[in-house]
Design a protein around this ligand. Structure first.
Ligand code: BGC
Length: 503
């Protein structure tokens, strides 16, 4: 317990904390077992629906190489905000973008799904009427890629039924429905000439965008509010797809949206603590998204809060006093953990500020030991998350055999607040990855932030759909495909609209 070594905690308290820390420790052998289980679950999920991992075939059969051109709309639902973007792919690994953000209230997240989809259509309408977007040519609709960051059962590039919500969404009458159809219906009701062309998970968007800018990518992964990954699989291994799922020539490969947040729902391989169990029991989706609940930003703060309360109740922390905020479900945001771990000062001034100002803890109850304990709690929870994350990355390296027979770099495109901002998260992931795949492969693994996968990736998805459509109709693709490619050039523009388009 290095981070508590310099405290004046008594041996009984240290022993108490040590027992907690042990629960969060995952040793190398356990990490390897997790990777092996991933590989088994990949295979099962590719063979049959309804397995531990959804392994969703995305109907994306090619990765971009940076030469793609065209202008498309992208709509992004699944993170903090709803975003509408107009993306112009310039074909030389360059893009131009305009975007507007719209707030998604809790009422929309938990109300009737039709209201949510109406709101999405209204936001597209608002974007088109307030942004300098040239109209499509006569009779041509604008092509839109929807980044929808939830598990769907996808049956075509533009069709997919929601399996279940994650990350705090629970709008009614959406599960089992085709989300693209719901969006298209909402747009059609408003006579908005936009065609929903491609349904893209954010991880798929991340993979596509990273490939566009880097020329290749083995994995697109999100470590943010939620967690998930997408990779390119050999099509012959996707045996669960019904015969006839493709007209004409079968593709050589297909991007698979793993939906790895659901890994170990059966609780076989990840060691769990009482704090995880409490979180799960009190969540809106108990027994679902087990891996995500140990890893992602939506949950890490809540695990820490559970630990802190337990310590308060055992009179080890804050002289046994809590606060209204600390007692509130999800009252300790993962962002605070990140700020706490960023404070490297001896006395922990920022930690104290967070505890008093954000968490409402009485300053008098906070001694130096308390500061050390709070830092320690954040460290053990985030440290485990980083370690567990490495297992999914290692499993993909094994599954795709991408490191074998070459000395190439293995490009991994990532996005999400944890990997982008949490101090030491990537280092922790890399450290465990090294033990899992060996030092030379770990060194060759280039983890890079994907540039706006949800916007640029959705545009690349829409372009892929348009290409496939034109190929089926025997119409050649011109240069500058897509619509409105005569847009004025300009820097990215972002505006935030507080429920302007509310239904
Ligand atoms: C969703 C995934 C998504 C991930 C990251 C998870 O909760 O199920 O579809 O890719 O979050 O946003």
């Amino acid at each position: 317990m290095t981070s508590l070594a310099n405290t004046s905690l008594n041996p009984a308290a240290l022993d108490f904390l040590e027992r907690i820390e042990r629960q969060f420790h995952v040793d190398d052998a356990q990490l390897q077992i997790i990777v092996d289980q991933f590989l088994k679950d990949f295979e099962a999920g590719l063979n049959k629906n309804g397995q531990a991992l959804p392994m969703v075939p995305t109907y994306v059969t090619h990765l971009p190489d940076g030469t793609e051109k065209g202008t498309f709309l992208a709509l992004d639902l699944g993170g903090t905000n709803l975003r509408v973007c107009q993306v112009t792919l310039l074909g030389n690994q360059q893009v131009e973008m305009k975007q507007s953000k719209y707030r998604v209230s809790d009422a929309l997240k938990t109300g009737e799904a039709v209201d949510l989809f109406n709101y999405m259509a209204d936001s597209v309408d608002h974007f088109l009427t307030t942004t300098d977007v040239a109209p499509g040519a006569e009779d041509e609709d604008l092509y839109l890629g929807l980044t929808f960051s939830f598990p769907v059962d996808q049956t075509a590039i533009n069709k997919g039924k929601l399996i279940h919500w994650t990350k705090g969404f629970m709008a009614t009458n959406a599960i089992g429905h085709d989300v693209m159809q719901m969006l298209q219906d909402a747009l059609d009701r408003r006579h908005i000439h936009v065609k929903c062309a491609a349904l893209i998970n954010d991880t798929v968007g991340c993979l596509l965008s990273h490939a566009y800018f880097s020329g290749g990518c083995i994995l697109g992964a999100i470590f943010g509010t939620g967690t998930n990954g997408a990779y390119v699989e050999d099509f012959t291994k996707v045996t669960k797809l019904p015969k006839g799922a493709f007209e004409g020539t079968l593709p050589k490969s297909m991007v698979i949206n793993i939906e790895w947040g659901a890994f170990d729902n059966a609780r076989k391989v990840i060691p769990r603590t009482i704090f995880d169990n409490k979180l799960d029991r009190e969540s809106i989706n108990p027994r679902f998204q087990a891996y995500e609940k140990c890893i992602s930003g939506m949950y890490l703060g809540e695990i820490v809060r559970n630990i802190l309360l337990y310590l308060v109740d055992n009179s080890i922390l804050f002289s046994g006093y809590s606060s209204k905020q600390l007692n509130t479900h999800y009252g300790f945001d993962t962002e605070l953990m990140s700020n706490i771990e960023s404070d490297k000062s001896d006395e922990g001034r920022t930690v104290r500020e967070i505890l008093t100002e954000k968490m409402g803890i009485d300053d008098q109850s906070i001694g130096p030991n308390d500061i050390a304990i709070v830092r320690w709690a954040c460290k053990i929870v985030a440290g485990r998350a980083a370690k567990l994350s490495s297992c999914a990355v290692a499993a993909i390296i094994h599954e795709t055999h991408c490191a074998e027979g070459n000395e190439d770099f293995l490009d991994v495109g990532v996005d999400g607040s944890l990997i982008a901002f949490y101090p030491g998260f990537e280092d922790g992931l890399r450290e465990s990855l090294r033990t899992l795949v060996g030092e030379s492969i770990e060194k060759r693994t280039r983890i890079g932030l994907a540039k706006d996968g949800s916007g640029i990736g959705a545009a690349l998805g829409a372009l892929g759909a348009l290409k496939a459509e034109r190929a089926r109709a025997g119409v050649p693709m011109g240069d500058g495909v897509g619509l409105n490619h005569h847009l004025p050039k300009g820097l990215a523009m972002t505006e935030m609209h507080p429920e302007t388009a509310a239904a």
